[in-house]
Each structure stands twice: as structure tokens, then as C-alpha cells.
Design a protein around this ligand. Structure first.
Ligand SMILES: [Zn+2]
Length: 444
């Protein structure tokens, strides 16, 4: 009864203009929302158990009777991981016919994960994203330029679909060098700019030197950003920079910041969120279950992102509850100006370098504007550091064209430090990738 009420409210909202939709969705009482989540979860679980070979086998092996499960937390220690998708392939998860796919890289391997969707799902998510962007003030009179990398990545498709609902002017630039974007943008004078955080930081440096035009806000997605770097962008434009949070596995968008910039308002209509192994402050790995996906549903998917959920109302007055700003990665993958990098990337970069005893470590810091990746390695004292640098950069250019391109665009700085044997390891296990960036402010 409650669930069908919220179902009806949602369908009315989705037929309304994006700005009205956000207001209508806000009228769903939390008890009705929870009832709707339960109905959608049970439907998803049933579908997965019947049609996905991966889930059918997992539930059978673990003796899980899906008819008795009402909430993901009742699935015990069952989770889906990125490694599961990579090992079993997208086909083992599909429960319906897909007509589009996107890909994402992971931490432990160069093999990408394929995620399959339908255009109908893309349309529904674009509609929900339009409502979220309308809350930030994006309207039909805006001129939007976006600079997301279109190669296999879901974000440009979601933004394009959302903007079609809003009906504003939109030009897709692709991820071109920020200075070229700046020159070409002058002819459009966009009121809103979309891009990856490190790319937007670089663009803002260019704009700071050559002059800005009035911008209402900037919106960044695809990686995390320090508050210091955010402020430098906002100072350059005199406009706020909002961050969105998403993963390709979740079809791009899990949440979007509001004007308060204190966490991402999350999409509880399409996802059920949990925090695994939360510490005393509620912080742990974010786990989500898709509630409306028919092509490739994911049950208790481990995001690898460490954060906490915020259920208290937000000062902006918006109904949607929040996910706090991501604190770090549960695995060793780091999303930074270089791209999505994990231990395997650096191991590959160092393949031609005689590192003593395989003792190396990558440390990510931020100088306030751009990320610095310092590759520390133990080498024989006779080794010439300039030679090491040349070898690493040659491998970067030939094997990782995307990371090379980001370096050419000035999105990060790659440094190399050679030290004597026995200096890196302080604990039993040498952590390969260390992210030392301060992502959150003390108030979060
Ligand atoms: Zn808010």
C-alpha cells in the first residue's frame, strides 16, 4: 500500500518538468520510501536468482532462499565484487536484454569490467539526474559545455540524457586539453561547465591567467577532489564547484552535492545503501544494491569507497538523504589526476627498471591544485636516476596513452625518487599505493 503510493508519486514526478519532479519526489514520506525499497529489492533479488547464472549459483551454494529475504543485510556475508564481474563476465549477471554497455578499470588488473544496460534504463537515470541538476539551478536558459572523456565511459551519456530533459543548450567537447577548451569555450561563454575534477582545476588555472566569464556553477565527477583544490577553482570563477559521486557499475550517478557541499544527496529510489564493517564513527565500505535495474542488477556490490551515510536532514532542505564525501579507497586503487591507478599500473611502469627486491611504492599527494604521484623505489646506488625516469616515461607513453595524455594536459605531476635498499619498508607488508591527500574538511 505504502509502496504503491510512492510508486505512483514517482511516476507522476517522472512525467513532470525536472524542477517540479524534485519537489514531488520530496513529498514521499520516509516510511513509504522504505516500503518501496523493500518491494523493489525483493523484485530485484527474485529476478537475479531466476535469471542470472552468477547469482543463481551463489544463492544455491550458500543455501539462500530468496523468498525469505527482505533486506540485503539478511544475506549475511554475501557480497558482489568488481573481481566477480571481471572473472565471470557481464553475461553471468544479466537478467534481460541489454542494448548498450560501458566499461571501467579496476585496481588489481588491466582487464576492464563490462557493465551492460538498456537505453530505457539510461533514460530513467537521465530523468532522475535532471531533477537533481534542476535543484542546483540548471534550467532551460543555461548554456552547458561538458568535457567528459567519451571513451567507454558512462558519465557523458548520463549528462547528455539529463540535459535533454532540461532542454538547455549543450555542447560536448570531449576531454580535450584545457587550454584548447578555454579558447573554444569563449565563443559559447557557457554558464555551466562539466568535467573531471583534475581537468577542471587545470582549466581554472588557464582561466585565472586569461580571464573568466560569468559562470553559475561547475560540476565535476569521476574522481575525488581535495577541498583546497575546490576552493582554488571557486576563487578563479567566483562560482561554486559541485561534485557528483558515481561508479560505472551503478550507471554513473549515486549522488550529487547540493549548495551546502556537505555530502552527496543519494538516490534512494534506485539504490539501497549499506556500510560494511563500520567503525565507531559509522565509517566503512559503501555497499549498494540496485533496485530498478533489469538488465544487470547488482546485489550488495562493494564500491571499495570508504565513507559513511548521513540520514539527518540537510540544511538545503532537500529530502534526499546523503552519502558523506568519500574518505578513501578500501582497496589500493586511487582515483586521481593521472586516472584510476592501482598497484598493477605502477608495477607495469617499473617493468624495465631494475628495482632491488621489488621494493617500490607510489605516494599520492596534492599541492593544493594538482595531484602529485611520487614513485619511490629502492635501486642500486650506481643506477642513474635520469635513466630510470626516461624508462618509466617511455612505458607510460607506450602502454598507458590515457595516463600520458593526462600528464600532457598538466592534470598531475609524476615524480620519481630512487633510494637505497632497505629504506621503504616500515611494516611487514609494503603498501603499494598510498593516498595522502586530505579529502575532507574537519566539519564533515
Ligand atoms: Zn543538501
Amino acid at each position: 500500500m505504502l509502496a504503491s503510493l510512492s510508486d505512483r508519486i514517482e511516476s507522476v514526478a517522472l512525467r513532470s518538468a525536472p524542477k517540479t519532479a524534485a519537489r514531488v519526489l520530496g513529498a514521499i514520506p520516509s516510511s513509504a520510501l522504505e516500503a518501496l525499497q523493500r518491494v523493489r529489492f525483493r523484485r530485484t533479488l527474485q529476478r537475479a536468482a531466476e535469471r542470472s547464472s552468477f547469482y543463481r549459483e551463489q544463492f544455491r551454494r550458500r543455501g539462500i532462499d530468496v523468498k525469505r529475504v527482505e533486506h540485503p543485510s539478511q544475506l549475511g556475508d554475501f557480497y558482489t565484487t568488481g573481481e566477480d564481474i571481471r572473472t565471470h563476465g557481464a553475461e553471468a549477471f544479466t537478467t534481460g536484454r541489454g542494448d548498450t554497455a560501458f566499461e571501467t578499470t579496476g585496481t588489481t588488473s588491466a582487464v576492464t569490467k563490462r557493465i551492460v544496460f538498456s537505453r530505457r534504463e539510461l533514460d530513467a537515470l537521465g530523468c532522475a539526474s535532471a531533477a537533481a541538476l534542476a535543484v542546483l539551478g540548471l534550467g532551460p536558459d543555461d548554456i552547458v559545455l561538458s568535457a567528459f572523456d567519451c571513451s567507454f565511459w558512462v558519465s557523458p551519456a548520463v549528462v547528455r540524457t539529463a540535459l535533454q530533459y532540461i532542454g538547455c543548450f549543450h555542447v560536448e567537447a570531449g576531454k580535450i586539453p584545457p587550454s584548447e577548451f578555454y579558447e573554444r569555450a569563449l565563443r559559447y561563454r557557457p554558464s555551466i561547465i562539466f568535467g573531471e575534477p583534475s581537468w577542471i582545476v587545470r582549466l581554472s588555472e588557464v582561466a585565472g591567467e586569461r580571464g573568466t566569464w560569468p559562470v553559475r556553477f561547475l560540476c565535476a565527477g569521476g574522481e575525488n577532489l581535495t577541498e583546497e583544490a575546490r576552493r582554488s577553482v571557486e576563487r578563479a570563477w567566483g562560482a561554486p564547484l559541485f561534485l557528483s559521486y558515481g561508479q560505472t557499475e551503478a550507471f554513473g550517478s549515486l549522488g550529487l552535492e547540493c549548495r551546502e557541499q556537505h555530502g552527496y544527496h543519494r538516490n534512494d529510489l534506485h539504490f539501497l545503501f549499506e556500510i560494511d564493517a563500520a567503525d565507531q564513527t559509522g565509517q566503512g565500505e559503501l555497499v549498494y544494491t540496485t533496485l530498478t535495474r533489469e538488465v544487470m542488477p547488482l546485489i550488495r556490490y562493494r564500491s571499495s569507497d570508504v565513507t559513511h551515510l548521513i540520514d539527518e536532514p540537510c540544511a538545503c532542505g532537500l529530502f534526499a538523504r546523503r552519502i558523506a564525501k568519500i574518505h578513501g579507497r578500501a582497496d589500493e586503487m586511487v582515483v586521481c589526476g593521472m586516472g584510476n591507478v592501482g598497484p598493477w599500473v605502477f608495477a607495469e611502469l617499473l617493468r624495465g627498471v631494475p628495482v632491488a627486491g621489488d621494493e617500490w611504492q607510489a605516494v599520492v599527494t596534492c599541492d593544493g591544485r594538482r595531484d602529485i604521484i611520487e614513485l619511490r623505489m629502492e635501486c642500486d646506488a650506481t643506477l642513474n636516476p635520469a635513466c630510470v625516469r626516461r624508462t618509466v616515461l617511455e612505458t607510460l607513453r607506450s602502454n598507458f596513452p590515457d595516463f600520458w595524455k593526462n600528464r600532457e594536459m598538466g592534470l598531475y605531476d609524476l615524480r620519481m625518487t630512487v633510494s637505497p635498499a632497505g629504506t621503504l619498508r616500515r611494516e611487514r607488508k609494503l603498501r603499494r599505493v598510498v593516498d595522502q591527500r586530505e579529502m575532507t574538511t574537519a566539519s564533515l
